[in-house]
Design a protein around this ligand. Structure first.
Ligand code: PLP
Length: 414
């Protein structure tokens, strides 16, 4: 354990000099890690009535239980608890309230046709959560142990996953600094918790493309900053630009960077652009992560599916045969030129909540770039649809895949 932590520390040291000092300080201490065997479970005596599935609004209803694990710099990770969903009690001086010591993850549990409940690539969420923790000097932890505990929470609250197609349970692991003292420095105390929320399909009335406002007045992330980490502090500053985009009639921001207006992300999704090359090959492009783009689990999965299609290893239905995949920089001029010369095939965003959101318009410098979006009524082009169908089949356990991990048995939503 210590060997792997110091390896992680050494690797992080090359890109994160300051945070690494904190990582070593926090993670090489001889304090207990998360221990699944110490789990205490108190189930609720008063289960909540379940909302009608159709009335669910994303992130507004929560299940009966939550997982909490406290941490202290001297005593390490304390006993995990699954207990009735309840308010937290924190000292008003807690570091989370003043200096935004908080990070989170977002993933889902799905009902599979074989009667199990599945998680999708939980190892990727754990890897990203540990990176986020290192970036703000919050403690490192055993990601496999946390995954086991999340599975136990999912088992206990499995009756909260609606049974209709397209429904799932959104999981929100969160880690925050709870040191009860003002002062900017590593937090001596932390709290990790996981809450769960039953959710419906992102587009209940059928898929609809989104319109983006290419934002030149604000940036989401800058080189050397924190855009590549899932920190709470990355999100509040995106709200004013989002409201401004809505005022212009657009549903999301297209986040740009630098004087060339390099494309980075779409709202809170990763960006994919498909362009047709002169020989007819379709090139699927997503910008490189560098340290400005969040390493999305959906992005990584689409890249792997796309590369397997391109190499012929595993074809994705609906994708052209002549297909290649690039992680490369794209600037707004590339999109404007592609629209003009007819080589713009599709643009879509990718993330856990919607999986895929097609884009049919990008407002840029006073005019709209129009983007093809597939046949009428489909709400997305063939490439986006190919990936959506394959991803949904894997996530819902309709096709067996090593990314789909059994968490427990399904229960009726009652
Ligand atoms: C800024 C940002 N980019 C991309 C994503 C997509 O990541 P994932 O596919 O892991 O949900 C998210 C959502 O988590 C996000 O907040």
């Amino acid at each position: 354990m210590l060997a792997s932590l110091s390896f992680r520390g050494a690797r992080a040291a090359r890109s994160l000099p300051r945070a690494t000092t904190l990582l070593r300080f926090q993670s090489t201490a001889q304090t207990p890690n998360i221990d699944v065997a110490k789990l205490k479970v108190e189930t609720t005596a008063a289960p909540k009535p379940k909302p009608e599935a159709k009335s669910l609004k994303f992130g507004h209803s929560f299940t009966d239980h939550m997982l909490t694990i406290p941490w202290n710099e001297k005593t390490g990770w304390g006993a995990p608890e699954i207990k009735p969903y309840q308010n937290l009690s924190l000292d008003p001086s807690s570091t989370v309230f003043h200096y935004a010591f908080t990070l989170f993850e977002g993933t889902k549990a799905y009902r599979a046709p074989d009667g199990t409940v599945r998680l999708f690539r939980p190892d990727k969420n754990m890897e990203r959560m540990k990176r986020s923790a290192a970036r703000i000097a919050l403690p490192d932890f055993d990601g496999e142990a946390l995954t086991e505990l999340i599975k136990k929470l999912v088992q206990i609250d499995a009756d909260w996953i609606p049974e209709e197609k397209g429904y799932s349970m959104y999981l929100r692991p969160t880690l925050m600094g709870t040191q009860a003292a003002l002062g900017v420095g590593p937090s001596s105390d932390a709290l990790l918790f996981v809450i769960a929320s039953p959710v419906g399909p992102y587009y209940p009335q059928g898929f609809k493309p989104v319109q983006l406002y290419a934002t030149t007045e604000f940036v989401r992330a800058a080189p050397g900053g924190t855009g590549g980490y899932k920190l709470g502090s990355n999100y509040a500053p995106g709200v004013v630009p989002q409201v401004a985009a809505a005022k212009h009639g657009y549903s999301q921001n297209l986040w740009l960077l630098g004087p060339e207006h390099a494309l980075t992300e779409v709202g809170t999704m990763n960006l994919f652009v498909a362009l047709r090359k002169p020989d007819g090959t379709v090139e699927l492009i997503t910008p490189p992560l560098d340290d400005v783009i969040l390493p999305g689990v959906t992005r990584d999965s689409i890249l792997q599916l796309a590369r397997d299609h391109a190499s012929g290893k595993n074809k994705v239905a609906g994708l052209p045969d002549k297909f290649e995949v690039s992680e490369r920089k794209l600037v707004m001029k590339d999109l404007v030129d592609a629209e003009k010369n007819g080589s713009l095939v599709e643009v879509f965003g990718a993330g856990t909540a919607a999986v895929i959101s097609a884009v049919d318009k990008i407002g840029y410098q006073g005019r709209d770039i129009e983007i093809p979006c597939g046949p009428p009524g489909q709400g997305m082009g063939e490439i986006a649809k190919g990936f959506l169908d394959r991803m949904a089949a894997i996530q819902n356990g309709e096709i067996e895949h090593p990314w789909s991990i059994v968490a427990g048995e399904a229960k009726p939503y009652a």
